[in-house]
Design a protein around this ligand. Structure first.
Ligand code: T3D
Length: 263
């Protein structure tokens, strides 16, 4: 598939997906939804890709839904937003959170609406110090979608999640880091470098194990302890039979650096 709204590259064991509609702060139109879905599918299916890095081009990360695609002057032409969420945003969040490979998000500028939710669905979020996060939904009469009502309170607790979602206030990358919403805020000119270092690191790690770590942690808030213990047992049973586990233990015993294959 040839991409026109994103850039997708793969090298050295990781893939980079760059949202690329900078004139509208990389907001999502229908073509971008299809292309992002296709890129994540490729990431999932290609064993040589062991980590996905998502970022944006230009001064923004992503401003959520492209509002110029929404007909509001004639209600008879209005898009069914429930259908849009079901067909586009929900599958996207499931694809990111369910991908059994680490997903890094390098938030290069403002992340608003579904753009903020998409960033927060990733596993490790780095943001440039000049970047910001806005729960823009309340300003146009909507609710945080794309997992916003799920991930926000889990990261921040209810009081901060409610205030941000109800007020639609902007928070800086540094504030987001202080509150535990993201992993780190970094100097603007270091963002891509730091994100690449992480991607290169994950590209050499035991991918199957990392994939299970993220799934188990993502699920942990929904399950009672006994269920989570069962999931851990199942993952350990599976991972104990992998080449990477054998390699990790052998390398430890032989006092050498492990060479993981992601198998
Ligand atoms: O509809 C469904 O399918 C349901 C699902 C919805 C999910 C959602 O994401 S709902 C939330 C949609 N997003 C927003 O409400 C955010 C709208 N954007 C903004 O509030 C502001 O642009 C920002 C706070 C993000 C950034 O502000 P600022 O001052 O830095 O930039 P700007 O001047 O507002 O935007 C720059 C350009 O990008 C501008 O175009 P222009 O005037 O230069 O030609 C602006 O119109 C365009 N732009 C920004 N966001 C969007 C957009 N164009 C279309 N859709 C956008 N979301």
């Amino acid at each position: 598939m040839k991409f026109s709204t994103i850039k997708f590259t793969q090298q050295d064991g990781y893939a980079t997906l760059t949202l690329n509609r900078p004139d509208s702060l990389n907001s999502f139109n229908q073509a971008m939804h299809q292309e992002v879905r296709a890129a994540i599918k490729r990431t999932r299916e290609d064993e040589s890709i062991r980590c996905l890095l998502i970022t944006g081009s230009g001064r923004g990360f992503c401003a959520g839904q492209d509002l110029s695609d929404r007909e509001v002057s004639d209600p008879s032409q209005a898009v069914d937003l429930g259908e849009s969420v079901e067909k586009n945003y929900n599958p996207l969040i499931r694809a990111i959170m369910g991908l059994e490979k680490p997903v890094i998000c390098a938030v290069n500028g403002v992340a608003a609406g579904a753009g903020a939710s998409i960033a927060l669905a990733c596993d490790i979020v780095l943001a440039a110090k000049s970047a910001s996060f806005i729960q823009a939904f309340s300003k146009i009469g909507l609710v945080p979608d794309s997992g916003g009502t799920f991930n926000l309170p889990r990261a921040l607790g209810l009081p901060r999640a409610k205030a941000l979602a109800l007020l639609g206030s902007k928070i800086s990358a540094e504030q987001a880091e202080k509150w535990g919403l993201i992993w780190q805020s970094v100097e603007d000119d270091k963002l891509q470098e730091e994100a690449l270092l992480l991607a290169q690191h994950f590209a050499t790690q035991p991918t199957l194990g990392l994939g299970k770590i993220k799934l188990l942690l993502n699920e942990s808030f929904n399950n009672p302890l006994h269920h989570q213990l069962e999931l851990e047992k199942g993952a350990m049973q599976m991972l104990g039979q992998t080449e990477d586990y054998q390699e990790g233990v052998s390398a430890f015993m032989e006092k050498r650096k492990p060479e993981f294959k992601g198998k």
